[in-house]
Design a protein around this ligand. Structure first.
Ligand SMILES: Cc1cc2nc3c(=O)[nH]c(=O)nc-3n(C[C@H](O)[C@H](O)[C@H](O)COP(=O)(O)O)c2cc1C
Length: 370
């Protein structure tokens, strides 16, 4: 990669009132090291290794309530005092390096298992429609297991979910985070409400597009009221196929959502490229592109998924994105920002250690440039 290209990634930009010095974002990455759902002390080292002066980082998906957990074991939460206290030194370590840090607020909906749920209950979802056996779930008891049939949330339960997002946002700010990211993406609860294939409700949260997006906007209203729009970013993945949460009309549906998001003055919109399916690279299906969404959004736009340093610089250079988030390459290159600046080679990630509970191996032991 030429030095000129890399320079494109080192232009300043303002995000949610924060002055960033470069365009390389740490993408949200679940690491399954939060034993019993509380961040471990090594998380401070892990995140601070990847923090840079004037950089933006987004935390791993963090559960907003006891019902919000799923996909795999030992993911963190932000709904208990112990969790808020455990996040504080992690945030402090990131701030000490001069980075801005957003917490990703998470509810997996049907992407869960009875083992995660209070009292062994069924996971909750917009409708009682299960995830097919194509996907597997691991719990603290083992796995792989099939995803169980979820139960449909009652209308009366929905205000509690909205409030859990708002309280999660308040708790994140109390822990020191600069803001929160809400994923209506990756087949998590809010995306399950948006897709007509996973949401077959007949109340005001189902049916029309406006109804299917209602929960997202109730959450956005509540969180902006709780912590302010400049502290909220939204993540969307219109072309997602993970957990069978497919959007049949991606352009119409997400075009409508983005137009409606414009009125808030959010910190940013963060979108996932069609070339990744969950954690895997796939060929881009014909005609799938983020470009119309990028053009429709009025604020800072982060693109994620399958970027390398040269394609990231190209995306910023051609204004396809304002910032680029790196997932796997940031996981395995704690000094990714420096390596990109220098054009240095990258260390390959090891998938086998993505989700182990080891506090060192595959977590804090990836090498720095010497
Ligand atoms: C180990 C791992 C964990 C992930 N965890 C999350 C997560 O917690 N929340 C989320 O929105 N996306 C998550 N993702 C998706 C990434 O944020 C990103 O979109 C994806 O890895 C594609 O970017 P990349 O090609 O730069 O890796 C995860 C990906 C990986 C590899």
């Amino acid at each position: 990669m030429s030095a000129v290209n890399a320079d494109l990634l080192f232009q300043p930009i303002k995000i949610g009132g924060k002055d960033l010095k470069h365009r390389i974002v740490y993408a949200p990455l679940t690491r399954s090291r939060a034993i019993n759902n509380v961040p471990v002390p090594q998380a401070a080292l892990y995140y601070s290794q990847r923090a840079t002066d004037g950089g933006l980082m987004i935390s791993e998906a963090t559960a907003i309530s006891p019902e919000a957990y799923g996909l795999g074991p030992h993911t963190p939460g932000i709904h208990t005092v112990a969790q808020v206290e455990a996040w504080k030194p992690v945030v402090k370590a990131v701030h000490n390096k001069g980075a801005t840090f957003f917490l990703q607020l998470w509810h997996v909906g049907r992407g869960s298992h009875n083992d995660f749920q209070p009292g062994g209950a069924a996971p909750v979802a917009p409708s009682a429609i299960g995830i097919t056996d194509k996907w597997e779930v691991y719990t603290t008891k083992g796995g792989p297991y099939k995803y169980p049939m979820p139960r449909a949330l009652t209308e009366a339960e929905i205000p509690g979910i909205v409030e859990a997002y708002a309280q999660g946002a308040r708790n994140a700010i109390a822990a020191g985070f600069d803001g929160v990211e809400i994923p209506a993406a990756n087949g998590y609860l809010l995306a399950q409400f948006i897709s007509s294939l996973t949401n077959q409700r007949t109340d005001k949260y189902g049916g029309t597009l406006e109804n299917r997006a209602r929960l997202l906007f109730e959450v956005v209203d509540a969180v902006t009221e709780a912590v302010g729009a400049s502290r909220l970013g939204i993540r969307l993945s219109p072309f997602n196929k993970f957990l069978d949460c497919v959007e049949p009309e991606p352009y119409d549906t997400y075009g409508y959502i983005i137009k409606a998001l414009n009125k808030y003055g959010l910190a940013y919109l963060h979108m996932v490229e069609p070339r990744v399916l969950g954690l895997l690279d796939v060929d881009v299906p014909e005609g799938e592109t983020l470009q119309p969404f990028r053009e429709a959004f009025d604020g800072p736009f982060i693109a994620a998924g399958g970027f390398k340093p040269d394609t990231a610089a190209e995306a910023v250079g051609t204004h396809a994105a304002d910032l680029v988030a790196f997932g796997r390459w940031f996981l395995s290159n704690p000094d990714l920002v420096r390596r990109i600046k220098l054009g240095a080679p990258l260390t390959k990630y090891n998938r086998d250690t993505f989700y182990t509970q080891d506090p060192v191996v595959g977590y804090t032991d990836y090498p720095f440039l010497t």
